[in-house]
Each structure stands twice: as C-alpha cells, then as structure tokens.
Design a protein around this ligand. Sequence first.
Ligand code: FAD
Length: 481
Amino acid sequence: MAPEHETFLAEAAALLGPRGLTRDADLVTPWLTDWRGRYTGAALALASPATTVEVADLVKLCARHGVPIVPQGGNSSMSGGATPDQSGRAILLSLRRMAVIDPVDASARQVTCEAGVVLQNLHTAAETAGLRFPLTLGGKGSATIGGLISTNAGGTQVLRHGVMRALVLGIEAVLPDGSIYSALTPLKKDNRGFDLKQLFIGAEGTLGIVTKATLKLVPAITDRAVAWVGLPSIHAARALLLHCETFAGNLLEGFEVMPRACLDAVLDYLPEARNPLSGPHAWHALIELAADAESAANLQDRAEALLTGAFERGLAEDAVLAANETQAEAFWTLRDSVSPAERAKGPAMQHDISVPVAAMADFVATAVPAIEAEFPGTEALGFGHLGDGNIHFHVLAPTGVIRGEWEEGQGKAISARVHDLVTAANGSISAEHGIGQMKRDELARLGDPVALALLRQVKTALDPKGLMNPGKLLALRPHTP
Ligand SMILES: Cc1cc2nc3c(=O)[nH]c(=O)nc-3n(C[C@H](O)[C@H](O)[C@H](O)COP(=O)(O)OP(=O)(O)OC[C@H]3O[C@@H](n4cnc5c(N)ncnc54)[C@H](O)[C@@H]3O)c2cc1C
C-alpha cells in the first residue's frame, strides 16, 4: 500500500475507533458488489461513523489526503451508485450506524432521523405514532433514508404522495470540505434565495453526504382496498387507470402493472405464491385505494363499485378484491417480487424509464416488439408504475449467453436502443433509480448539453477536487462521442 494511504488509514482509525473503521475482508467484501451483482469494486477500508461530527471529520481528512469517498446506505441501488471503482483508492463510507429516529412530532406530522435509518424501521416508528411515511418500495428492508434522498426514490405510492423530494422537509449534510450544512427545521415559507436542500436530493452522493433529514408524515391508513385485475392489453391498463382516477380521485394510492411473463416469473420464484385470478391474462394491474380517518369511509363498497364500473365499460377481463389484509399483502408481495424473480431468471438489461403518462401505453406496445425483433432471442418486459409514466423496461438475454460478455456486447447495444426510443418519446432514461455508474455515459450521450453543463458547474462549485462519489452521475470531463 502507498505510504500516503497508510498515513490516511492510521489517522482515520484514530478518528473513528475500531467499530468505525475496518479493513477486514469478511466485513468489507459484501458491500463492494451492487445489489444486481453487476459491479464489483475495491476500497481502502469501510468507514462507519456514528455521528455527523465524525462524518465531517472524516470528510476533512479525506479532503486533506485526496481520498475519494463513496457514500453507501443499504446498497440497494439499481444503478451501481454505491459501488466504488476497482482502483481501491476510495473509502466506502457507510451511514448504517447512524440509525437514530427522533420521537415523532405527531402534531406537526413530521419526524427527524439519521441517514442510516432503514425505510421499514421508519414505517414502524411512524405507525407507532399513529401516522405513516408514505413512500415504499421493494427494497424497503435495506434501503436507507440517506439513499432514498440521494436517489430521489419513487416507489409504489408516488401517484398520491409524490417522490422522495415531496416528503423531505429538511436536510443536514456534510459538504465535500467537511463543513456541515444544517437545514433541518422546516419552514413552510422561506425565500432566502435558492432552496439549497434540493441540491442533495437526487445528487447520488456527488455533492456531499446526507446525515439527517426531517420528513413529512401523513395520517395512518384506516382502511384499504386492494384489487388484482386481469387485462387484455397495456392500453386497457391505461384506460383502467383513467377510470380509477376519475372514480376514486384522491383515494387512489397505487396503480401498478405487469405483463403475464412477469407474473409467471414471480410464481416460479415464490413457490407459496398463487395467481389471484384463475385464467391467463396478457396484463395485470394491482390497484390500491386507501382511506385515512380524514377521508371517505366505505372503501370496500367504493372499490367494488369501481370494479363493477370497469367491467361495465369493458375495461377488465377479470378482477378480485382482496378479502382481508393477508390477501392484500399477498397481492403486493407478487408485485414487490418482480425484480428479484427476474434477477433469478438470468442476465437482463434493466431500464428505469419514464415518458409522459399518456404516451406510456403506446411506448410499451411499440418498444417491446421493436426490441425483440432487433435482438432475436431476447424477451422485453415493461412493468411497474404506469400511473407515474414510469416503467421498468427489462430485456432478458437469449438463453445460453455468458453474462458479463453479453452485458458488455449486445446488452449495451440494447440499452442504447431503448434509451434512444425513450429520448425520441421526450422521456427520461432514469425515472427513479438514478444514473449511478450504469447510465453515466448514456446521460452524457443523450442529455441536453445545457443541462449537462449546469450539472457539471454545480458539481465543480461544491466539489472542486472531485472526491465525492467519483465516476457516478457525471463523467468529469465533457463527453466526446
Ligand atoms: C427489490 C428492490 C426494489 C426497488 N424498488 C424501487 C422502487 O420502486 N423505486 C425506487 O426509486 N427505487 C427502488 N429500488 C432501488 C433502491 O432501493 C433505491 O435506489 C434506494 O433509494 C437506495 O437506498 P440505499 O440506502 O440502498 O442506497 P445505496 O444503494 O446505498 O446508495 C444509493 C445512492 O445514494 C448514495 N448515498 C447513499 N446514502 C447516502 C447518503 N447518506 N448521503 C449521500 N449519498 C448517499 C450512494 O452513493 C448511491 O449513489 C429498489 C431496490 C430493490 C433492491
């Protein structure tokens, strides 16, 4: 090891103590590969500070020694955002030890917590106080508040409550020079210039380290109705969504879709899972209506009327309303298991894309056959948040390919083609997973040059040494095709 790294590590160890810094391969290695298993990096050490001041002191030390920092929460990133490169020069900075949740302020309907709090634990804390944190996603058992903020995560309740940005009231962050930016106290009105906390939401750890946040809570759900609907086409799903929006208004909490192949993959993956409907359907929708003490009652009746209306208009082929909470959870488990089930099927290229909501059905209906025709043997699938105009567009590899080789060759060509189609449809190549390292070059290739120049200027202003999560989101030098 280079002598300057030895000095740095000795100083970091003195700063953080034995629980705060490790080079033990058994402890570090599991965090060096991303959730999808696509990227594996190397790191000088794993740092796990316990307080904001420790984070700040460590960042100052890194700045002094020129050591790059890769912030990491639950490592559930879908774009390789929390995985260091292979140089071994960076330090992996885990926030997982910083997991304190302050007492919930029920009257203000807000809570302040540290960045390493796991989403599921925040759900529990809010529920215990009779409230709810209205953002959830399949990775809720590992995703942390810092990661959710840094990726501006979405999930399955965006339709009603918005993305993470809409739920962040205040932020504390350590800047690349080690100073602490504290804006935790939420003010409904504050016009003292730029809303600086927004800089850290969706920044993917490239501008600083989120250490704490104050988050918005909403009233707890008192009743919910969850339905599983069989549909003939993605266009029928879009028509059903419009019907639900008209009929249920603000009670509509979630509207997720998946094609038959996704449901089949989940049923193979989860031996105990059952298809909620008896017959086969080309598409499936999962609909949730939710009421709190302040909104309408008789939710089950309203959901039944909604489904009756859908049948009368010829929008649905079949449907079932969950008879109880266990069944409702079973429906959501089918939805939440699509990503792991698809991962188990073998190599695939994943695209987390958005186009205008009204254009999504046409996009899926044309892009799926176009990709399958252009790349014979592949299987293209679009599933997810139709109500947000956000589909996870996955392209499964032909059987028998060697994963790494396929991803680097045909896989890359497929992604470029999908992203070209998305860009032509005025969409985004990253709706909710961030750019990370996976889509960095594609953003450079397809992004608006003015927007890219602005991103670079902000990055350079805050992080002139380029030490914060290097190689993620932006290529530091302008992209040359
Ligand atoms: C099964 C499954 C389903 C998922 N479904 C969804 C979904 O529906 N919607 C969705 O949006 N995402 C989804 N995800 C992706 C993932 O859960 C989110 O991106 C989540 O926000 C990542 O949180 P994390 O704590 O794991 O962050 P990590 O993966 O550790 O990091 C993500 C990024 O944030 C940075 N970062 C992490 N913590 C901090 C911090 N404190 N300060 C600064 N930067 C930081 C990292 O450097 C990295 O760039 C899913 C993941 C899985 C595994």
